[in-house]
Design a protein around this ligand. Sequence first.
Ligand code: PEP
Ligand code: MG
Length: 368
Amino acid sequence: DLVVVDGFNGVVILNPVPATVQQYSTAAAHFHDGLDSGESAADVPLKTLDGTEIRLYANSDTPASFRKAQQFGALGIGLYRSEFLFNRYRGFPTENEQYQAYCEIAEAAGDGGVKIRTFDIGADQLLDQNKAREKNPALGLRAIRLGLGYRKLLRTQIRALLRASFEQKIDIVVPMVSGITEIRALRELIEHESAQLKTKGKKIGMPAVGAMIEVPSAVLMVEELVDETDFVCLGTNDLIQYLVAVDRDNEAVAGWYRTLHPAVLRAIKQVIAASAKAGKPAVICGEMAGSPYYVPVLIGLGATELSMNVHSISKVRKIVAGIAAEEARAMIATVEHCRTVEEIEEILGEHIRRNWGHLFPPDFSFAA
Ligand code: PEP
Ligand code: MG
C-alpha cells in the first residue's frame, strides 16, 4: 500500500488519492528549498518580530547531519547523544574510538560548540540480558546512574572527552540527573581523570558541565543545579514522562502523555526562570523544541535557546520570525490560571488559529 507519513502533524494517510499525493509531493519538494538557497541562514541572527533573539541548535550525531543543519541556520550542536556510538561500534567504544568521534563532531561544530551527553543507556544495553532484567527500566539503572555504578566505563568516556576538548569547544551534559550528588560525583571524576592525563603529558581541555533537566526532583532543585553547573538542557521528552508518570513508549497510555499539562508548563517556566536569574543558558532539547506548534509556547515561557532535529530547523525558523515574543508571553499568561490540560489546549489552540493563522493550518488543534 502507498502510505503518506506526515511526521510534523502526526498524520498517516493510507492509500491517498492522487490529489493528496500531489499535495505532499509538493510539500516534500519545498521542504528542501532552504538547502538549495546556497546561503547559510546562520549568517543572520534569528529574531522574533519584536526583536528577541532565539538561538537554534541541532540535535546531531554526525558531522554530515550537522553540516546540513548549519545550512538551515543551526549555530552549534545542542545535543549529541553519545550512545549512538554503541551502534556504530556494535558495543562499547574504546577510548580512542570515542576520542576520534568526539574530535570529528567538535571540529564540524566549530565555534558554536557541541554538547556531548554521556551515555544515556539502560542496563540491558550494557550487561547480560538476564542480569539486567528490571521491572521498571525507565526508573532503573540507566544514564548517569549506570555510569557511576560502572565507573571504569564512565572514566573511559570522560578521558576521551577531556582529550577531545583540547582546543575544541565541547561541553559535557549529564543525563537523568536527580540532584546535586551526580553533578559533584562527575566533577570529581573529571578532576581525577584530568590530573592523571596531565601527569601522562596528554593535552586536555576544560569542558563546561551541564545537567539534563528531565527528572521532577531536578526541577525542584533547579536553582541549586544551575548554581553548580555551567548550563542546563531541558529534556522535555523524559520530563513529561516522569512528571505525569506516563511511559513515553507505551501506546496504551499515549493519551495521558500531554505536553501542555499545567505541571509541565510550570516546570519548564521554573527551569528557564532559574537559569535566566543566574545568567546561565537553558537549552530546550526535547521534541517539543522542534515542533512548530510548541515553539510559541516555549518562547512564551521564556525560552531563547532551542535544539532540534535537523529537519525541524527551517520550519521552526519561520515560526520564530513570524511571531512576537511579547504576544507569546501574553498568550501564556492567559493559561496560567488553568487547572486542566484540556483548558490549556483549547485556549492555546484558539490563540494560535486566531492570531497566527498565516503560520499554521487553519483547522489546527492541540487536542488529541
Ligand atoms: C529528552 O528526554 O527530552 C531528551 C532530549 O533525551 P532523549 O530523548 O534522548 O531521552
Ligand atoms: Mg532524555
